[in-house]
Design a protein around this ligand. Structure first.
Ligand code: 5AD
Ligand code: SF4
Length: 452
């Protein structure tokens, strides 16, 4: 019999890292690894890292630092680091933190069982940060006995060819490479068979999916995914505005499973900055794309990423960003202070914005974001919305009833009560109608009306 060993994965960063971390669990299962309940129980700890902003990188190093004393107490413990920081730093990590046993890069997910085996057999440190061979299809069959989450991610491509001037991603994740549509469909079908109802298709720029390989366009992939039986909802992230085609906009009119939301990062409202960021669209093009989307789908929820304090950003540039935010009327924003990243050309740009100015601008932007999101959410008051139920809170709500949670098609989080007497069966993974009774800037509250 194989020895049972415990695996703990600590994930920092984007949804793609979340997907990869799930994959680590799956590829290591056949080697006897099962999830550890706590860090202390683990035989193998994998830290899956992000380097998109300096703060994320610091988080990885501070977590790895904590592992030093654990390793001293338990020399058998294996410590591995994967993801973008691992890719970027490679062997430097072990000279800085000699208690790290394994360093593996962003393209090594499929090789992970091999890497762990090599370490177990030799006991000597393994560092694998090669970008080749491009191995993005290494998908083990899903465990037949493991249920899949109601809502989950599926990576459809890796890497990025856009080279936005502030961004480290093209350097740590390599060139854009798409998975084959057959493989993606097979994976989603397997997930759906085990309970998944909603998938979010992931890529740094899903709009250019398959173009380089000439295999299948992103809108055509969406059409195929829409045909999967028992799948209820489709989402995707992230889209680059420059590649948002009319064909993709058409899919919003065509495909009933495609959710009523798009995350379309604009980064700035100033054309001068957009050019310096190498984004390859203008403010006017962005607005025009959103208008088209809203014609294809009424009430489309739109969210975005914003960078404040990019080198050379003046008060006027920043005001243009605030103006754009009001013009679009976003449902939510992720906003970040610009941070210098290795390799990214903006490191050498003049006119760096002082930290206190960045901080002020971020606060101002977030205040506007909150009031706009509140306004967008207020429109839901009294409406009955279909919600995909993906969670149940342990606590009993104010009304003495148990609270459940899910999302609207527009991606709003909804917490709601279900009178226990009125339902006898589990509603996890079901679509239910909920009457919205309270609207907050980042969530809604309501009461169950019926299960569809
Ligand atoms: N500084 C600040 N924010 C950044 N992002 C990417 N690189 C940087 C950087 N150097 C933000 C962008 C991107 C999101 C994932 O992270 O807004 O869309
Ligand atoms: Fe970075 Fe730009 Fe690629 Fe997004 S599109 S990952 S911001 S280089």
């Amino acid at each position: 019999m194989m020895n049972v060993k415990y695996l703990y994965v600590y994930t920092i960063g984007c949804q793609m890292n979340v997907y990869d971390s799930e994959m680590f669990g799956r590829v290591l299962r056949p080697m006897g690894y099962i999830p550890a309940e706590t860090l202390e129980d683990a035989d193998l700890i994998i830290v899956n890292t992000c380097s998109v902003r300096k703060k994320a990188e610091e988080k990885a190093f501070s977590f790895l630092g904590r592992l030093q004393s654990m390793k001293l107490k338990n020399p058998e413990l294996v410590v591995a680091i994967g993801g973008c920081v691992a890719q970027q730093e490679g062997a430097n990590i072990v000279s800085r933190m000699p208690w790290v046993d394994i360093v593996f890069g962003t393209r090594a997910v499929g090789r992970l069982p091999d890497i762990i085996k090599r370490f177990e057999e030799s006991g000597t440190r393994v560092i694998d940060v090669t970008m080749d061979p491009v191995q993005i299809e290494a998908l083990p069959p899903k465990d037949l006995d493991t249920p899949s989450p109601v809502s989950t991610f599926v990576t459809i491509m890796r890497g990025c060819d856009n080279f936005c001037s502030y961004c480290i991603v093209p350097y740590v994740r390599g060139r854009e490479t798409s998975r084959s549509p057959e493989n993606i469909i097979r994976e989603i079908e397997a997930l759906v068979e085990r309970g998944t109802r909603e998938v979010t298709l992931l890529g740094q720029n899903v709009n250019s999916y398959g173009l380089k390989e000439g295999i299948c366009s992103f809108p055509d992939l969406l059409r195929q995914v829409n045909g999967i039986k028992n799948l209820e909802r489709i989402r995707f992230a992230t889209s680059h505005p420059k590649d948002l085609s009319d064909d993709l906009i058409r899919t919003y009119a065509e495909l009933e499973k495609l959710c009523n939301h798009i995350h379309l990062p604009v980064q700035s409202g100033s054309d001068r900055l957009l050019e310096r960021m190498n984004r390859k669209y203008t403010r006017a093009i962005y607005i025009e794309r959103i208008e088209k989307l809203r014609t294809a789908r009424q009430n489309m929820a739109v969210t975005s990423d914003m960078i404040v304090g990019f080198p050379g950003e003046t008060d006027e540039d920043f005001d243009m960003t605030l103006e754009l935010i009001k013009t679009i009327g976003y449902d939510g924003l992720f906003a970040f202070k610009y941070s210098d990243r290795p390799h990214a050309p903006a490191v050498d740009f003049p006119d760096k914005v002082p930290e206190d100015v960045k901080k002020n601008r971020l606060e101002k932007l977030l205040k506007l974001e909150k009031s706009l999101s509140q306004m967008r959410n207020d429109a839901y008051l009294g409406r009955v919305e279909p919600i995909l139920v993906d969670g149940r809170s342990k606590k009993i709500g104010e009304t003495g009833l148990r609270e459940w949670a899910g999302r609207t098609s527009s991606n709003k989080v909804v917490n709601f009560n279900v009178p226990d007497a009125m339902i006898s069966n589990d509603i996890m993974g079901k679509i239910v109608e909920v009457r919205i009774e309270q609207c907050r800037p980042h969530s809604l509250k309501g009461t169950w009306v019926k299960t569809l």
